[in-house]
Structures are given as structure tokens and as C-alpha cells.
Design a protein around this ligand. Structure first.
Ligand code: ATP
Ligand code: MG
Length: 755
């Protein structure tokens, strides 16, 4: 029995109430951003519990992120109290899939304590299979196979269901075979990957009647947020689970479908009506989030997409400020302006928690991070690592550290076999042992072990090359500007080539990050200054719960809202992305436009869109055009401001600083003014570098002067690898030994014990 005014219905509009109170039968809420879809879904959950239509364990509620699940749980908790305790089936598809699979693991040949492997493990496993299958991994990288297998799993396809056409997509038709082997291998080690969490359960639903019936009975009510981004396997799940009771409520917005690259299908919205005949379709049109200007700006952009389901949005909020479109000179100025703006809203009393910067590509966050550190503005990065914490950035930094600081063992260890150069654990263990023995850094030990026979064959050759590279890079450090040095190191070490060979979107992103790193280096006078900056950045952990500006990608911002939002880098080639532009068709451009719509509609009160006239891309200044989406913003709802025309002095200052960014383009020269600027700064670097080199040499001399006192010519000694022998010659730390079985060898004294 419903009390007159249950707390969760308060303030809901009639359509939202309809979505809450229509508990029986299929319901689809199809509505634009900020219309209270998630709010309605949360109230619906509260209603089901409050009215005892279901126990907490009888409701399946799917959210897009774990964070969203937590928030929903908290909100329902506030609305109905402890009834929310034990909502075991509230979470993401993956979390729910994992929980189910643990219960039925044995039915798919796993044990309930199976491991969920990550991408690294996945790639390693695939590589082994590829090698075993005698496939050229360089031509057909593990990563592309991994991507393909993910796609198949997202579509709900098991190896048996891969047809010849699909199999053709990897290594001339061997995709299916490898997929099957991969699945077998996973089973053998009692593991599964992310895709399996859903796929195994789908297979069980289809093949084990009792399993399906168990969950069909259990879930009296099913609800799904962000429904437009479900993929096929998720859709198939929902259809099977809801078949019996048909109490399924989904909320979504076709204009916010932004995960098609991960297999999401907006068509699932259309399929819903077909698969659940008589479904009640509810449309919400009142937006409670954004001011009219913001809403109109977003609607104006998305109106350029074709094939939309179409909807009206209105709001009762005050007109508010127009959306600002800010043209700046270049990336650094963009970060500077945003920093200033944020400080000014902060002065007006707004919390930093209500401010967000949304970017299209991960690598864009770096410029903001550096700026905010410089001015002491606390920030956090959501849905990704902070720039300098990303794996590829850490790898690159490790190379630079090894070159700059020979004693940096952690850095050496990180990259000694990255990219893979055949220096396995064994070889590294030998180097370690020697380093301990002679009390020298690993990079020194690595060089000295080559004077001996400790390492043989491929490992020796490979280490020789690596040691030679490091020595050459150290020399180069005295001559080249440091960004150029970094670029050469990344090329010569094979790091860049390894990423290029992967040909995946992820690898492309990593390459962009590396380019961004080299770019960042140009802003520092020397390698030393740059590395110093980085260590400070790494240390910048503002107090845990102090308010912070949020920096994140638009993808990660789905479903969220902030009072003040900055949308950075609205330029052709960045947003829409070059990839989307190159693909040519309308589909990818329309997905970019939906991203633009998602981005603008995150703002409650203030939205500022920025575009820079110049970006440094691959070390070159390139003039960039404002995004086509800027042009699509309805004039009457925006206010345009360009710092370049307003302040000529600023313009000039920048101009002289960077020289002529366009001249470079016109000449098509391989070297932008950025490099030239860095080159002149490089001379400063040489002087600071000098003492360091001398120091390194000095330490090598000292090391040579510390031979072991307990050894003498003629003495019998034992060596781990070569066995017993007699010392024939002693030269510093190096020994010539006549081994009983191995013959004469040169070894380091730290590897022998007096026999
Ligand atoms: P998105 O498409 O971005 O996920 P949404 O449709 O899920 O948006 P919500 O996040 O549920 O929208 O709601 C947007 C904002 O409007 C929230 O701050 C929410 O609290 C508020 N809101 C929702 N419904 C109402 C209402 N009936 N009255 C007042 N405020 C509301
Ligand atoms: Mg929502």
C-alpha cells in the first residue's frame, strides 16, 4: 500500500512518475540529456523495494560504471533506508556477469575461483599461441587478434560460431582456430577474460535450461541505465532474462550513443520495441540540468545528425550565460586561460568539485596537468592515469633517466627488456648479481658483464647492442636538444616501432602520448630540468578529499554533471578526431557529434568551448581550424571571444616566441620552430651535463680499483655456471680462469667463490 507521498516520488514530473509506477511489463524511457532518466530509474528501484514488490536480491539493475552503481545504491539508501542492503545484482554488466559465473563456473569447465585476466595477460597468452601456430607476429600482432576476439565476444559469438568470413580477418583465415585455442588455454589455467564474463553466461543461458530459469525466476524486475550503449551480448542477455516476466525498464538516449567502437549498438533501442511487443515508451522532455543557452547549443549541434529518433527538450531554468567560445593562440595558452577562469570562479565561491575539463583524447590532459601544477590548482584525472603515470610515458622516462643518471637502477630494470629484446629474467638476474658484487649500478654492470663469458648467444648480442645504444645516447645527450634526443631514443630502441606494429587504436593513443611527451620537453631548458619537473608532478597528491577540478575524457563523463565545464581542443583533427575524419563516412562523424552533445550537456550553468589556432603535432607547429562543431553552434546562444584579435601584443609575443608557425607548414619542413627553440636551449644543457659524465667516469675508476683481496693467481675457485677452475690471470675485477670442463673463460670476480 502506497502512502500518499512517498519520498522518492516528490518532485518528479508526471512522465517520470509514469516510469516509476509502471512496474509491470516492458518500459522504455527514451529521452535527452539531463531529463532525469537516471533519477527516475533510481526512484523506480526505491519504489519496488518500498512497496515490497521485490526483495533487494530480486532486482537486476545495470549501470554503466561501478561509480554509477555506488551512487545509485547510496541514493536508494537515502530514499528507503536499510531495505537497500544486499542489492547483490546492482552493478555493471561485467560485475554482475562475474558474480553469476562464479556460481556456475563448473558448467563451463572452470572452477569458481577462476582468475579474471587483464589485457597484459591476454596479450602474453595470445602471443604464445601465435608463435606456437607459426604465425608471423610482426605481420599479425597479438593486439589485433585480441581486438578481434573482443569484438566477437561483444557480439556473443563463441569460436564455433565464427564463420570463414570473420576468421579471414586474422592471419589469412586462422582467426577462428586461434580463438578456439585461446579459449581452451584459458580454461586450462582456470581463467577468463572480461568478454568471457558475459559470453560464458550467455552460453549457459542458452544451453542450460535450469540456469536460465533460475535467473528468470529470480529477477522479478530488470532495469538498465545508459541503454543506448549496450552491445549485442548484453542485449541478448537482457532479452533472455526478461523473457519470462517481461518486467524490464530501460532508459537511454540515442543521441548519447558513444561506444559503437566497443560494439554498442544503438539499434538495440529499436529492437526493444520489436522484441517486447506492447512496450510502454515514455518520453521525458523537461531538462532539469542545464540552462536554456546550454541546452540550445547542444541541441543545435546534434540537429546536424541524420536518422535520429528526435526529441524536444525544454527547461524552466533561468536563461543564464551564453555558451562561450574562446579562440586562443595555442595549447599552452588554452591551459593558461582555463586555469585563470577556474581561479576566478573559485574566487566567486564555487567549489572546485563543481568544475570539469572535458577532452576528446587522453593526451590532451597533459598540458592542463602541467599548468595546474605550476599554479597549484588541485586536480584529479578520472577514468585514466595521470599523464606521467601512463605505462608508455613511464617507459620513455625510464630511458631518459638511464641516459641521464647511470645509477638509476629502477629505470634500467624497467626498460632492459622493453621492447622485448631477448633479455629474459635469467640474463637480468646475472646482471643484478654482478652489480651487487661490484657494488655498481645495473647499467655499469651490464656493460662490464660483456667483457666476460657470463652471457652467451642471443642474450649477449642483444645486451651488447643495448649497452652500446645507451653509451651512444649518453654521448648524444651532449649534442642534441633534449626533445630530439628523446625522439631518437624512442626510435632507436625500437620502442616506437613496437607500438606501430601493433596497429591498434590503443597503440595509436600511446604513440600520441609519446609525441605529447616530447612536446612537453620542449618547454624545459634541459633534460635535467624536465626530469626534475616530472618528479615534482608525480609527487603532487593534493589532500585526499580536498575539492579538486576534474579532468577527464568525454567518454568518461557520461551521465555526470558539473556546474562549470570547459570543453578543450575543439579543432578539426582533434575533435572530430583525425581518425573519424579519415574514415570518410558519416557514421564516425556522427558519433563524434554525439560526443559533442554529451560534452555540452554535462554543464549545468556555464560551458566554455576552446579552440587553439596552433597545436604542436609531431613536434611541428600546425595551424588548426576550429572544429566544425563550433560552426554548428547556434549563433544566438553563444558568445565568441578571441584572444588573438583582442590583444595584438599577446599575439606578437607568441609570434616571436615560436617564430612563424605557418612558414614551417608551407615549406613542409621536417623541423618546426619548436625544435629550433629547443636546439638553442640545448647549449645550456651541454654545460649542465658535463659534470655528470665526469662523475660517471670517476666512479668507474674507483670501481676498478676494488678487486677482491681473497683471490690470487693459481687459486682454485668455483663459478656457478662453469664449475671449478684455477685462476690464470687477474685484471681488476676480471678473472681469466681455466675451468676444468669449460676451458678458459673470462668472468667477473663477483661470480666466483674461493673453492
Ligand atoms: P544523462 O542523459 O546525462 O544521463 P539523465 O537523463 O540521466 O541525464 P539525471 O542525471 O537523472 O538525468 O538528472 C539530471 C539532473 O536533474 C540531476 O541533477 C537530477 O537531480 C535533476 N532532476 C531530475 N529529475 C528532476 C525533477 N523532477 N525535479 C528536479 N530535478 C530533477
Ligand atoms: Mg543518466
Amino acid at each position: 500500500q502506497l502512502p500518499a507521498d512517498p519520498p522518492y516520488l516528490r518532485g518528479l514530473n508526471p512522465e517520470q512518475r509514469d516510469a516509476v509506477l509502471t512496474t509491470e511489463g516492458p518500459v522504455l524511457v527514451l529521452a535527452g540529456a539531463g531529463t532525469g532518466k537516471t533519477a527516475a530509474l533510481t526512484a523506480r528501484l526505491a519504489h519496488l523495494l518500498y512497496t515490497r514488490r521485490a526483495w533487494p536480491s530480486e532486482i537486476l539493475a545495470v549501470t554503466f560504471t561501478n561509480k554509477a552503481a555506488r551512487e545509485m545504491r547510496e541514493r536508494v539508501g537515502r530514499l528507503v533506508g536499510e531495505a537497500v542492503e544486499g542489492m547483490p545484482w546492482l552493478g555493471t554488466f561485467h560485475a554482475i556477469g562475474a558474480k553469476m559465473l562464479r556460481r556456475h563456473a563448473e558448467l563451463v569447465g572452470l572452477q569458481s575461483n577462476f582468475t579474471i585476466i587483464d589485457t597484459d595477460d591476454q596479450l602474453r597468452l595470445l602471443k604464445q599461441l601465435i608463435v606456437a601456430a607459426d604465425i608471423d607476429e610482426k605481420r599479425f600482432p597479438a593486439r589485433s587478434l585480441a581486438g578481434l576476439i573482443d569484438q566477437w565476444k561483444n557480439k556473443g559469438l563463441t569460436p564455433e560460431q565464427i564463420d570463414a568470413g570473420e576468421a579471414e580477418r586474422y592471419a589469412n583465415g586462422r582467426g577462428q582456430e586461434l580463438y578456439a585455442q585461446y579459449q581452451a588455454r584459458l580454461k586450462a589455467v582456470n581463467a577468463c577474460d572480461f568478454g568471457d564474463l558475459l559470453l560464458h553466461m550467455l552460453v549457459l543461458f542458452r544451453t542450460e535450461r535450469e540456469v536460465l530459469e533460475l535467473y528468470q525466476q529470480r529477477f522479478r524486475y530488470i532495469m538498465v541505465d545508459e541503454y543506448q550503449d549496450t552491445n549485442s551480448v548484453q542485449y541478448l542477455w537482457l532479452r533472455l532474462l526478461a523473457q519470462e516476466r517481461k518486467n524490464i525498464a530501460c532508459v537511454g538516449d540515442d543521441d548519447q550513443s558513444i561506444y559503437s567502437w566497443r560494439g554498442a549498438q544503438v539499434e538495440n533501442i529499436l529492437r526493444f520495441e520489436r522484441d517486447f511487443p506492447g512496450a510502454k515508451i515514455i518520453r521525458l522532455e523537461q531538462n532539469y540540468r542545464s540552462t536554456p543557452h546550454i541546452l540550445a547549443a547542444a541541441s543545435g549541434v546534434i540537429a546536424h545528425n541524420g536518422g535520429r529518433l528526435g526529441k524536444e527538450l525544454w527547461t524552466e531554468l533561468d536563461q543564464g550565460e551564453k555558451v562561450r567560445v574562446l579562440g586562443v593562440w595555442d595549447g599552452p595558452e588554452e591551459a593558461r586561460r582555463v586555469g585563470e577562469e577556474i581561479e576566478s570562479v573559485q574566487r566567486r565561491g564555487q567549489s572546485l568539485d563543481d568544475v570539469a575539463i572535458l577532452v576528446r583524447a587522453q593526451h590532451q590532459t597533459r598540458e592542463f596537468e602541467d599548468r595546474f601544477i605550476a599554479i597549484g590548482l588541485p586536480y584529479k584525472i578520472i577514468g585514466g592515469f595521470r599523464f606521467y603515470e601512463r605505462a608508455e610515458i613511464r617507459d620513455a622516462l625510464a630511458y631518459l633517466r638511464v641516459v641521464h643518471q647511470p645509477a638509476d637502477d629502477l629505470a634500467f630494470e624497467r626498460i632492459v627488456n622493453v621492447p622485448k629484446r631477448g633479455l629474459g629474467d635469467k640474463a637480468v638476474a646475472r646482471i643484478h648479481q654482478l652489480a651487487r658484487g661490484i657494488d655498481a649500478p645495473l647499467s655499469t654492470a651490464a656493460a662490464r658483464i660483456l667483457d666476460t663469458d657470463e652471457l652467451t648467444g642471443a642474450a649477449r648480442k642483444s645486451l651488447g647492442r643495448f649497452v652500446g645504444d645507451i653509451a651512444r645516447w649518453r654521448d648524444m645527450a651532449n649534442e642534441l636538444p633534449h626533445p630530439e634526443l628523446a625522439r631518437q631514443i624512442l626510435d632507436e630502441s625500437g620502442y616506437t616501432a613496437a607500438l606501430q606494429a601493433e596497429k591498434s587504436a590503443e597503440a595509436a593513443g600511446r604513440l600520441e602520448n609519446l609525441t605529447e611527451l616530447v612536446r612537453a620537453m620542449e618547454e624545459y631548458e634541459s633534460l635535467e630540468a624536465f626530469l626534475e619537473h616530472v618528479s615534482l608532478v608525480m609527487d603532487n597528491d593534493a589532500a585526499k578529499d580536498a575539492p579538486k577540478v576534474t579532468i577527464m575524457t568525454i567518454h568518461a563523463a557520461k551521465g555526470l554533471e558539473f556546474d562549470t565545464v570547459f570543453l578543450a581542443g575543439w579543432e578539426e583533427g582533434l575533435f572530430p578526431s583525425q581518425r573519424a575524419m579519415d574514415e570518410g563516412g558519416t557514421a564516425s562523424l556522427e558519433e563524434e557529434r554525439r560526443l559533442a552533445y554529451v560534452a555540452i550537456t554535462r554543464a549545468r550553468r556555464r560551458a566554455t568551448i576552446l579552440h587553439a589556432a596552433n597545436r604542436r603535432i609531431y613536434g611541428q607547429w600546425t595551424s588548426s581550424l576550429p572544429s566544425r562543431f563550433v560552426g554548428e553552434l547556434p549563433q544566438e546562444h553563444i558568445e565568441t571571444e578571441t584572444s588573438m584579435t583582442g590583444g595584438e601584443s599577446l599575439w606578437r609575443a607568441n609570434w616571436s616566441e615560436h617564430a612563424d608557425p605557418f612558414a614551417n607548414l608551407a615549406r613542409g619542413s621536417g623541423r618546426g620552430p619548436g625544435w629550433q627553440r629547443a636546439a638553442s636551449a640545448g647549449s645550456g644543457f651541454t654545460t649542465t651535463a658535463q659534470p655528470r659524465v665526469i662523475e660517471a667516469r670517476a666512479s668507474a675508476v674507483t670501481l676498478g680499483a676494488k678487486p677482491r683481496a681473497d683471490l690470487a693467481v693459481g687459486q682454485r675457485v668455483f663459478h656457478q655456471k662453469f664449475g671449478y677452475g684455477a685462476i690464470a690471470e687477474i685484471e681488476g675485477n676480471k678473472l681469466e680462469i681455466d675451468f676444468e670442463h669449460a676451458g678458459r673463460k673470462r668472468v667477473m670476480d663477483s661470480f666466483v667463490t674461493a673453492g
